[in-house]
Write a protein that binds this ligand. Structure first.
Ligand code: ASP
Length: 584
């Protein structure tokens, strides 16, 4: 028997018991005639003690043990004189009488401690060592507990988990597909699913009216901190359900997770705000509503004073930072630097200081008289002592920059409480998104999303203004999930493909099977999918989803530990009938 107990469970109740523990040497200390070893396993740390007087040879052996050696120790539990009340086993120690090295360890490339000295790349390369650290272990446990809670809750609500294939044909979710060559069908390829979207719709047609799945999805897109080429979704679909049914059902799941995992309850329904309101009030479709400082549009009150920056702008808007009129030149310059960063993209920052004594100082007072400036202050509910920060330019990008500035100010002023959680639904997304570069419409959500019935007639006349039955769940400024009511009518789906620029042949080639299925009694259906990794990261308080994925890829899409992706052997390429074109 390797162990009678784990390293996390012994306490004073066990005093006097003879136990066997196995684990890793976390650290050891020699104090006079004694050697102490912290023995670690998944469950905790237990102090082992070796006494030179009692057994000189054993103590010497213990002194030789390096960090991360795997050992087995047999001994007696006894009360500790120097107690550590911070850990559950801190009142006892094991007086060891026999020791066995199960496996030695070479020196780890970084310290296996909560605060490690290992850089990102090193931790990725030796991920199995990184996973030994408490913060990672806690994240893995949280992830597991959330998955269990989700499965239990969904099961209790009558949903069944059904697996869908990973080698399929393209499902468009707005990214490139990862593809897998087929050896037995030379020249042909499977696509890895960007989501199980089409399969879950086919399951609705098959009559499985409440489906869910915790499932891997694959998207070949530029990577950011919160993106991974493969990630996990909680994918869900319901038949005979509309938007409210889905929102209510999954608000239930969300509240359940908050209660079971964070011990938090929410009174009443989550706020719901439309996409347009979210953009106008927060400048983003994933607002962090833990604090105010909403955007105010002042475009029409800035025209005609020969200030070209505002005159030429499609949108002029501001935020009002309470009690910040006393900001120094340097602080304003820093904010200007912030909004001018390429990823924020503003060209400059205009400020208005509404001083405590009621006077006004602005960077544009050459162009605007006091009455004009007071109007902006009034529109944004400014009070003496406040600071207006104004940006101007193209509407959406300027709103986006203001949104970033709002978050930055929220952080600087300590307005964001990290223990606060503010979930909301953003609804009524536009159906299409216009892409300047390619000069065509794309589906804002995906091509299977239903327009609002009252907007169907606008599909031909004014596609840009068509509103979709689509919704997102946002928590603390993070898009946790999104979904839509689906099209279940063949001709409307055909029209959607046409609007998205598919020829009949292309639509048929890619989605013929779905169109065919629509002819066999497709029920009305709707669904949603949540980014499981993101949800775990938000609950764990982590910035990056990498911290909640056991074996993630780095920013270049590489797994540094197994060194993947990697080249194929020439025979493999030949078998797949592939040739690598090395030209740039
Ligand atoms: N398939 C969608 C996505 O992955 C979610 C949904 O519409 O259910 O974003």
């Amino acid at each position: 028997m390797y162990r009678t107990n784990t390293c996390g469970e012994l306490n004073l109740k066990h005093a006097g018991a003879e136990v066997t523990l196995s684990g890793w040497v976390q650290r050891s200390r020699d104090l006079g005639g004694m050697t102490f070893i912290d023995l670690r396993d998944r469950y905790g740390i237990t102090q082992l003690v070796f006494n030179m007087e009692a057994d000189d040879a054993l103590c010497k052996e213990a002194r030789k043990l390096g960090r991360e050696c795997v050992i087995q120790a047999v001994g007696r539990v006894r009360e500790r004189s120097n107690k550590n009340l911070k850990i559950p086993t801190g009142e006892i120690e094991i007086e060891v009488n026999s020791l066995k090295v199960l496996n030695a360890s070479i020196l780890p490339p970084f310290t296996i401690e909560d605060e490690t000295d290992g850089g990102d790349d090193l931790r990725m390369k030796f991920r199995y060592l990184d996973l030994r650290r408490n913060p990672m272990k806690n994240n893995m446990e949280l992830r597991h507990r959330m998955a269990m809670e989700i499965r239990n809750y969904m099961d209790g609500q009558g949903f069944i988990e059904i697996e869908t294939p990973a080698m399929i044909k393209s499902t468009p979710e707005g990214a490139r597909d990862f593809v897998v060559p087929s050896r037995i069908n030379p020249g042909q390829f499977y696509a890895l699913p960007q989501s199980p979207q089409i399969f879950k719709q086919l399951l609705m047609i098959a009559g499985y009216d409440k489906y869910f799945q915790i499932v891997k999805c694959f998207r070949d897109e530029d990577l950011r901190a919160d993106r991974q080429p493969e990630f996990t979704q909680i994918d869900c679909e319901m038949s005979f359900a509309g938007q409210d049914d889905v929102l209510n059902a999954f608000e239930g799941l969300t509240k359940h997770l908050f209660l079971r995992i964070k011990n938090m309850t929410f009174n009443g329904p989550f706020p719901r705000i439309t996409f347009n309101d979210a953009m106008d009030r927060y400048g983003t479709d994933k607002p962090d509503i833990r604090f105010g400082m909403e955007l105010t549009e002042i475009t029409e009150y800035t025209r005609g004073r020969n200030f070209n920056v505002f005159d030429d702008a499609e949108y002029v808007g501001c935020i009002c930072a309470e009690n910040c009129a006393s900001f120094s030149r340097k602080q304003i310059d820093q904010l200007t630097g912030f909004v001018k960063k390429p990823q924020i993209g503003a060209r400059g920052l205009v400020y208005v200081k509404y001083n405590k004594d009621g006077t006004i100082k602005s960077s544009v007072d050459k162009f605007y008289d006091e009455a004009a400036i007071r109007k902006w202050i009034e529109l944004s509910d400014g009070r003496p002592g406040d600071l207006l920060l104004i940006l101007a330019g193209e509407r959406v990008s300027t709103q986006g920059a203001l949104s970033e500035l709002r978050l930055e100010m929220g952080r600087q002023l300590g307005l964001i409480n990290k223990d606060d959680y503010a979930p909301l639904w953003v609804i009524d997304f536009p159906l299409f998104e216009w892409d300047e570069e390619t000069g065509r419409f794309y589906a804002k959500h995906h091509p299977f999303t239903s327009p609002k019935t009252e907007d169907i007639s606008l599909l031909d006349t004014d596609p840009a203004s068509v509103c979709a039955n689509a919704y997102d769940l946002v928590i603390n400024g993070v898009e946790i999930g999104g979904g839509s009511v689906r099209i279940h009518d063949k001709s409307l789906q055909q029209k959607m493909f046409e609007k998205l620029g598919f020829t009949d042949e292309q639509a048929n080639e890619q989605f013929g099977f779905l169109m065919e299925a629509f002819r066999y009694g497709a029920p009305p259906h709707a669904g949603v999918a949540f980014g499981f990794d993101r949800w775990v990261a938000v609950f764990a308080g982590c910035y990056s989803i990498r911290d909640v994925i056991a074996f993630p890829k780095n920013n270049s899409g590489r797994d540094l530990m197994i060194d993947s992706p990697s080249a194929l052997a020439p025979e493999q390429l030949k078998e797949l009938r592939l040739k690598i074109d090395n030209r740039e």
